[in-house]
Design a binder for this molecule. Structure first.
Ligand code: UD1
Ligand code: CA
Length: 454
């Protein structure tokens, strides 16, 4: 099939400089959701009608499989589809989607496509308790005969509760013919796509309807309120599916997934966690409250304590991270590692069983196995111009409040005394310490305040 996505509209009620279809839902532009759904139907041609916001939309959403058609000025939904006409393959039907209706499921569209076959016009319709604002589906008995827009409707038509979602599919040569015949003599002086229904009926083409499983699949975004409502619907649906797959959610209303979250068996997730990009969590791992995790792999049995931030990192099996730990890009922790509160790590590999339990910065480092990094340790990896690596070999013990001035190497089994500023390599198996010897001054008198003259 051909798929045409209407995305030229202005979205005035968003009150934003960002074109409406670029507003994110679950971390992805509205139009991105629609395009991903469209792609899952494997269309022959995928055409996006753009207009408001100019080149911003094609620039933001550029992809090899897309054809862009500019609609300027925007004279209605029928006029929008007309702009796609030169791009449409006559041998397959054309499906019209809206760029601001992000939650439609591929299964629903497949049902619509099947209902249309090769020679019918099929409309996606729903029956609403409150149909106001929408185009109404006018039937003669069971037969659909036309769509009447809210602004053109008389009282009897306004009482109809079956509405046009806007999503439809039609045989392409017929659609082109009907579009060419549209007029704009209506209440909004627009070329209505919906008028193709009456044209099909006049042509003797059957018009049929299909329906979504859930009403929310057809909701559009016109305002920030509606965007937030759809975000909640999306997240609730996703949370439901995670629980169906066996994930323990402390509260399905308090999880946000902006990307792909894959969980093994018996994963538990406490409240207010945010997952971004692609996150994979192994069997039995536990995620504490208020963690923010982006593009990460978390090993089986690992535990993230509350308020841990993880970005572009890998955490090994049975590791214990946090609370208040920050793992930045390039952090790779092996199994049974411990990273405690107020520890920041970046571009660092840490071997099995190693620990940095309190208040440390470990960046651009290679840490072996069973290493203990004391509280207050800092890798001085940056001289203001270049970054340098620190290597800490297996079984080393880094005393508290140590600065490792990179490039520097701590040999296997070496011990650094507390407070050391290490500027040269520390040999394996020995104690290295760099601090002034402790002295005690005998007979020293603490100064006292001078008495002022009366
Ligand atoms: C349209 C339908 C109405 C349906 C409703 C569902 C028509 C005439 N009416 O009404 O029956 O119930 O959607 O939400 O089709 N767009 C363009 N170019 C334009 C005009 C619109 O690209 O010139 C795009 C918009 O960006 C939007 C979609 O088409 O994605 C629908 O436009 P909108 O103005 O929201 O249509 P409605 O008047 O609400
Ligand atoms: Ca609308």
């Amino acid at each position: 099939m051909n798929i045409v996505v209407l995305a030229a509209g202005m979205g005035k009620r968003m009150r934003s400089d960002l074109p409406k279809v670029l507003h994110p839902l679950a971390g992805k532009p509205l139009l991105g959701h629609v395009l991903d759904c469209a792609r899952s139907l494997q269309p022959n041609r995928l055409v996006v009608i753009y207009g408001h916001g100019g080149e911003q939309v094609p620039t933001a959403m550029a992809a090899d499989d897309l054809r862009w058609a500019l609609q300027a000025p925007q004279l209605g939904t029928g006029h929008a589809v007309m702009q796609a006409v030169p791009e449409l393959d006559d041998s397959v039907p054309t499906l019209v989607l809206y760029g601001d209706v992000p939650l439609t499921r591929p299964e629903t569209l497949r049902r619509l496509v099947d209902a249309a076959g090769s020679d019918r016009l099929a409309l996606l319709t729903v029956v609403l308790d409150d149909p106001s604002g929408y185009g109404r589906i006018v039937r003669d008995g069971d037969r659909i005969v036309r769509i009447v827009e809210q602004k053109d409707a008389d009282d009897a038509t306004l009482a109809i509760r079956e509405i046009n979602t806007g999503i439809m599919i039609a045989p392409t040569p017929a659609l082109k013919r009907w579009l060419a015949g549209l007029s704009n003599s209506n209440a909004q002086a627009e070329y209505y796509l919906t008028d193709v229904v009456a044209a099909a009926v006049a042509d003797g083409v059957a018009v049929v309807a299909a329906h979504p499983d859930a009403e929310w699949e057809t909701l559009g975004v016109n305002s920030k309120r509606q965007l937030a409502e759809l975000e909640r619907i999306f997240q609730a649906d996703l949370a439901g599916r995670l629980m169906d797959d066996g994930v323990m959610l402390a509260d399905p209303a308090r999880i946000d997934v902006r990307g792909t979250l894959r969980c093994g068996r018996d994963v538990s997730i406490d409240v207010n966690c945010v997952f971004e990009g692609v996150v994979t969590i192994g069997d039995g791992a536990r995620i504490g409250a208020n963690c923010v995790i982006r593009n990460a792999t978390i090993g089986a049995g690992a535990q993230l304590l509350p308020f841990t931030h993880v970005e572009d990192a890998r955490i090994g099996a049975d590791a214990r991270i946090g609370p208040y730990a920050r793992l930045r890009p390039g952090t790779e922790l092996a199994e049974h590692t411990h990273v405690g509160n107020f520890v920041e790590m970046k571009n660092t590999r840490m071997g099995a069983g190693s620990k940095a339990n309190h208040l440390a910065y470990v960046g651009d480092a290679e840490v072996g196995e069973r290493v203990n990094i004391g509280a207050g340790t800092i890798t001085c990896n940056y001289d203001g111009a270049n970054k340098f690596r620190t290597v800490i070999e297996d079984d080393a013990f880094i005393g508290s409040d140590t600065q490792l001035v990179a490039p520097v190497r701590v040999g296997a089994g070496a011990t650094l005394g507390a407070g050391t500023t290490l500027t040269r390599d520390a040999p394996a198996g020995k104690l290295t310490v760099s601090r002034a010897r402790q002295v005690t001054i005998d007979n020293w008198q603490r100064p006292t305040k001078k008495k002022s003259a009366a």
